[in-house]
Write a protein that binds this ligand. Structure first.
Ligand SMILES: [Zn+2]
Length: 95
């Protein structure tokens, strides 16, 4: 099953389980890539990564960083699915 790259305005299809297309993945800082990979593997069995603040923050950082470098400083990718998941997870963490 294919899914789509999560980078802003990128319509590339990516393999199931992949976050970004190869072009966009290469733009993510290595430290952020490592965080995403490690937390994704840790939470994959029970989809725990969907409420993992560290994972979701790293995804949001990656998406926003790509949007800034492609569309200019001050540009944000805007509320995508990871931004929403992060807000939900943050609310859960504080209640
Ligand atoms: Zn892409």
């Amino acid at each position: 099953m294919n899914r789509f790259c999560d980078a802003f305005k990128c319509g590339a299809t990516v393999q199931s389980g992949r976050f970004l297309c190869p072009n966009h993945w290469r733009m993510v800082p290595v430290a952020t890539q490592q965080t995403i990979n490690a937390r994704y593997r840790a939470g994959r069995a029970n989809f725990g990564f969907l409420s993992d603040l560290v994972y979701l923050q790293a995804c949001v950082d990656a998406i926003d960083g790509i949007a800034r470098s492609e569309f200019g400083a001050g540009h944000q990718a805007g509320p995508g699915s990871y931004h929403r998941l992060l807000r939900v997870a943050q609310r859960k963490a504080t209640t």
